[in-house]
Design a protein around this ligand. Structure first.
Ligand SMILES: *Cc1c(COP(=O)(O)O)cnc(C)c1O
Length: 387
């Protein structure tokens, strides 16, 4: 059989399993409403939680940088790509999360697949939550460390794995999302931190969905709980509305990452204007207490209303609302029906979530007005009446 035919078969299999992905196209900026095929719809699936993606201050910072510093970074950071913008951004991130140093990556995905293997190798053990983000899972695989997966948020299970496997390994690293991206629950960071300390393991916390939302000035869930992880990953494409990620840690850890993380060493540095826009975003995020309150109030209102309509939403009080459906095709059909009613809510299928747990993942923004939240609830209510 020819290669092209084999590929066609692979596509047919995905299609039959309800797993073929066809992204919708957005015209114009990201916001509480977006334009799809010439139609304005409410957007309830972006990670642009605070509405900063098209904020004038970020646009001004990016524009001024493009005029003054150009667009491209010309090379890897280690060749000729380290520019003033990168250094200034890194000190702003370190300062934000209260770490001695930080290092900028092009994306959160690149940060995780680079950082985990830089910190743990074949002689080491990694202890990883079962629902960690795909980029952490891929980082674990690339590290060739012995990876022990503990049940989701199960501190007892983690402790027994540490007891069994920690003594056999050189270094050990405990890895977790802080707010889980597809479930919205929070990691038990205090317990994880004391276990890591007891077993002489490092703790890496990925704050992708908590940065900007939780903690004083939006500094993340670890800051909210008074936990000091050895390594904090923060992404710049979600609440901060830009793109990229940083890893904040001690000078030594950051030095090791700078020399060993392959996604840093062998990749062109992010455009300076992206770094400048993220600095502008950090300044806004620090002052965004009202927006954080509005975001979590919108989430609470939706959660209560959808539950009373009979939808199953697991416990949690973050801005991420998973509406469990189960079956892949049915999930995508519900997503299409909501879109027809003017509300864009993405369906999430395996392997992003475990088999049989396909879901709608609803994420409000701080900038959704009460009337827009009502319209979203009404769209779900009309689904219920029709079914
Ligand atoms: C989104 C996400 C990432 C990836 O970040 P990008 O900047 O989108 O590549 C990493 N970790 C977690 C927990 C995420 O939710």
């Amino acid at each position: 059989m020819g290669f092209q035919t084999q590929i066609r078969d692979a596509l047919s299999e995905l299609e039959a399993a309800g797993l073929l992905r066809r992204p919708l196209q957005i015209s114009g900026p990201q916001g509480p409403e977006v334009e799809i095929d010439g139609r304005r719809v409410l957007c309830f699936c972006s990670n642009n939680y605070l509405g900063l993606a098209d904020h004038p201050s970020l646009v001004a910072a990016a524009t001024a940088s493009a005029r003054g510093e150009g667009v491209g970074a010309a090379a890897s950071r280690l060749i000729t790509g380290t520019m003033d913008a990168h250094r200034e951004a890194e000190s702003a991130y370190a300062d934000f999360v209260g770490a001695p140093a930080a290092i900028l990556f092009s994306t959160g995905y690149a940060a995780n697949v680079g950082t985990v293997p830089a910190l743990a190798g074949p002689d080491d053990a990694i202890f990883s939550d079962a629902l960690n983000h795909a980029s952490l899972i891929d980082g674990c695989r690339l590290s060739r460390a012995n990876v022990h997966v503990y049940s989701h948020r199960d501190v007892g299970h983690l402790e027994s794995l540490l007891r069994e496997h920690r003594p056999k390994s050189r270094r050990a690293l405990v890895i977790t999302d802080s707010v889980f991206s597809m479930d919205g629950g929070a990691a038990p960071l205090r317990e994880l931190s004391s276990l890591a300390r007891f077993f002489d393991a490092g703790l890496l916390v990925d704050e992708a969905h908590a940065l900007g939302v939780f903690g004083p000035e939006g500094r993340g869930l670890a800051a909210a709980l008074g936990v000091e992880p050895d390594v904090v990953v923060g992404t710049l494409g979600k609440s901060l509305g830009v793109a990229g990620a940083f890893v904040a840690a001690s000078e030594d850890i950051v030095s090791l990452i700078r020399s060993r993380a392959r996604s840093f060493v062998y990749s062109t540095a992010p455009p300076p204007m992206v770094a400048r826009a993220s600095i502008a975003a950090l300044e806004l995020v620090r002052k965004a207490n009202d927006a954080r309150d509005a975001l979590l109030a919108n989430a609470a209102k939706l959660r209560a209303a959808l539950r009373s309509l009979g939808f199953e939403i697991p416990n949690g009080d973050s801005q991420i609302l998973p509406i469990l459906i189960g079956e892949n095709d049915r999930t995508m059909q519900l997503s299409a029906k909501l879109l027809a009613r003017g509300v864009f809510v993405q369906g999430i299928r395996p392997p992003t979530v475990p088999e049989g747990t396909a879901r709608l993942r609803l994420t409000p923004m701080a900038t959704h007005r009460p009337e827009q939240i009502e319209r979203a609830i009404e769209a779900f209510a009309s689904l219920c009446r029709q079914e």
